[in-house]
Design a protein around this ligand. Structure first.
Ligand code: SF4
Length: 369
């Protein structure tokens, strides 16, 4: 669907409940037409909470006094088997930017999951060099998630200081991932201090430009004890970036369920066939957050399969860990939530239609004439 920057900005600033119901209904209809009613379940495994970065909002930043862990090879494989037993089609291996998780080890792990299970493998391991990403793909990884967090470069530097001055940018890494044949996922946080509605509108435009296969959107939830966690009470509006300097574009973006759902709906309209999760962060903000996201255009849920002894240590933001959210919950409360809105559970890998089309075009280039 064609949406201009100004159209998007208009939707982001509207607070009229009737108009917003129309937006969510439109996004929900596009979701139904493009990816169907079945909700994809991705089993999330947080394989390490080590991180070399100093993001100014995250509880895993290198300097926090957090007990650290790395799951063993055997433990990760056991989680993969649990994902199969629970009927999930995908496993998502996530970690901080852990320099101790070397590429050879990860390739061996990916190859073992590929050999022993039918699962699609998604990686979310932060910024990695191109040769490592290529090796992960060769080992059997299907998808990679790397959020660009905000399209406002100045704001991004403020929240995600680079580890080295010559580090490649996230847009550059997203380009590599696409060239390497990954199904590519990215996304942003909603309501970063200093972020404006203009920044969010630019994010939506960027999702279209990047032709993303997966889009993750969550409210900004700073961890207390981080620089932005301490600052969050006095949110200052700091205009950054190359947005038009009109009044609407400069309105601050709140980190609310409503604003996140608007972003989900607009992401669905601009990338109709993308896989879009209703995130744990949204569920953390409100008990109905996950269902609200699913009714605003989302079609993916990511139940956490990380062993409980590690899960509470993957402390990115406050109250993230929900010890009751285990695989069984994936077959219990979650099913009830999903059925309550007339949706079903998907089976199979749940590849995004856009990557299937790209791969078909690569096989038969003449169909693209
Ligand atoms: S946001 Fe990611 S890269 Fe940044 S400190 Fe947290 S885990 Fe590390």
């Amino acid at each position: 669907m064609s949406l201009s920057f100004d159209d998007i900005l208009d939707w982001l600033r509207t607070e009229d409940p009737t108009a917003l119901d129309e937006l969510f209904a439109m996004a929900d209809e596009v979701r139904r037409r493009e990816v169907g009613d079945a909700i994809q379940l991705r089993g999330l495994v947080e394989i390490s909470n080590h991180c070399a970065r100093l993001c100014t909002y995250c509880g895993l930043r290198a300097t926090t006094r957090q007990q650290r862990y790395r799951m063993s090879f055997k433990e990760v494989l056991a989680c993969a088997q649990e994902a199969v037993r629970a009927g999930f089609g995908t496993i998502v291996l996530q970690s901080g930017e852990d320099l101790g998780l070397d590429a050879a080890y990860l390739c061996e792990l990916i190859a073992a999951i590929r050999a022993q299970t039918p699962l699609a493998i998604t990686l979310s391991l932060g910024e990695r060099p191109r040769d490592e990403l290529s090796a992960f793909r060769d080992a059997g990884a299907d998808r990679y998630l790397l959020r660009f967090e905000t399209s406002n470069a100045t704001l991004f530097e403020r929240i995600h200081p680079a580890r080295t001055p010559d580090a490649p940018s996230r847009p550059q890494i997203l380009q590599w991932l696409r060239e390497l044949g990954f199904e590519v996922g990215s996304g942003v946080m909603v309501g970063i201090p200093g972020q404006t509605l203009g920044d969010l509108a630019r994010d939506i435009v960027r999702f279209g430009e990047l032709e993303l296969d997966m889009i993750g959107l969550g409210p900004f939830l700073p961890h207390p004890g981080t620089p932005l966690g301490e600052e969050a009470a006095d949110r200052l509006l700091i205009p950054f970036g190359d947005m038009p300097r009109d009044e609407a574009a400069l309105l601050p973006a709140p980190n609310t369920v409503d604003m996140t759902c608007k972003m989900i709906a607009l992401a669905r309209l601009i990338r109709p066939s993308a896989n879009i999760p209703s995130t744990t962060a949204l569920a953390t903000l409100h008990p109905q957050g996950r269902v609200r996201g699913l009714c605003a255009g989302a079609n993916v849920v990511m139940p956490n399969l990380t062993p409980l002894k590690y899960r509470t240590l993957y402390d990115i933001y406050p109250n993230k860990s929900n010890p009751s959210e285990v695989a069984e919950e994936g077959r219990g409360d979650l099913i009830r939530q999903i059925e309550s809105i007339g949706r079903t559970l998907a089976t199979g890998r749940g590849d995004s239609p856009s990557i299937l089309r790209r791969r078909a075009m690569l096989k038969n280039p003449e169909t693209n004439q």
